[in-house]
Design a protein around this ligand. Structure first.
Ligand code: HPA
Length: 248
């Protein structure tokens, strides 16, 4: 079974035939909402809205540990995170979809590990490749099959939010090598790795990052909704192909 974490622009999955919802409690508290079980083209999947079904949980307040713990309890074959980002690199224009291969963490004050107790041996997970390569390749193949354009790779900068960045902050992220910026990539990717989940991200560019393109002087938030709505059609096409490729 594939698990999908939906972000901004994806509180529901239109192609999902819902069978039931389940509230799961975890040692880390409550996930963002009940897990939604259902089928895409007759393949079982589970869906979780990262910001809650009413989109009320801001990025810094998401209980990432509970979300991934709940999904892990179902032993999913893969976890696909759908996340909106601001585009920094010139070809990351609004509406672009990418499968990042690297991440830089600028977040703070979030619960970012399962290994913070004193009851277990000190554990350092390897994070050289933050995303599951096989899952990334599957997403790229699914996009190809769906005839959807996709960028293979890119560095995701995870910022704290909920405010957007200043133009100077984006310049700094670019100097650091970042291609896109979002607020939810961390600690989600690291927690997934700690749990041994096969996790990868479909990043959807919602806007030019601050100081870039039409965001030269301000990010026009009123345009983000329309861009995401359109891009989600492509995301759904990719996910439909992915479940076909992966089977059950
Ligand atoms: N910055 C940070 N996170 C985002 C952005 C952005 O410009 N767009 C969508 N998520």
């Amino acid at each position: 079974m594939i698990a999908i974490i939906g972000g901004n622009g994806m509180t529901q999955l239109a192609c999902l035939e819902i069978s039931h919802r389940q509230i799961i409690r975890t040692p880390y508290g409550e996930p963002s909402g009940p897990l939604t079980f259902g089928r895409i083209n007759n393949h079982e999947i589970v869906f979780l809205a990262r910001h809650g079904y009413g989109h009320t949980i801001p990025p810094h307040a998401v209980n990432y540990r509970a979300n991934l713990w709940a999904l892990q309890s179902l032993k999913p074959a893969r976890v696909i995170s759908v996340a909106s980002v601001g585009g920094i690199r010139a070809d990351f224009t609004p509406g672009t979809i990418a499968v990042p291969d690297q991440i830089i963490d600028y977040t703070h004050d979030r619960k970012f590990t399962y290994f913070d107790g004193t009851d277990k041996a000190v554990t350092h997970i390897d994070f050289t490749e933050p995303y599951c390569q096989i899952t990334r390749e599957r997403l790229l193949e699914a996009a190809k099959q769906a005839n959807e354009k996709i960028i293979d790779g890119g560095i995701y900068a995870a910022t704290q939010g909920p405010r957007l960045e200043s133009a100077a902050e984006i310049n700094r992220l670019e100097r650091d090598g970042a291609d896109m910026v979002g607020m939810t990539g961390m600690p989600e990717a690291a927690l997934a790795k700690e749990l041994g989940l096969c996790y990868a991200t479909l990043a959807v560019v919602a806007n030019y990052a601050a100081g870039r393109g039409t965001s030269a002087h301000a990010i026009r938030l009123e345009e983000v909704h329309t861009i995401l709505e359109k891009a989600m059609v492509s995301v759904r096409n990719i996910l439909e192909q992915l479940v076909e490729l992966d089977g059950d």
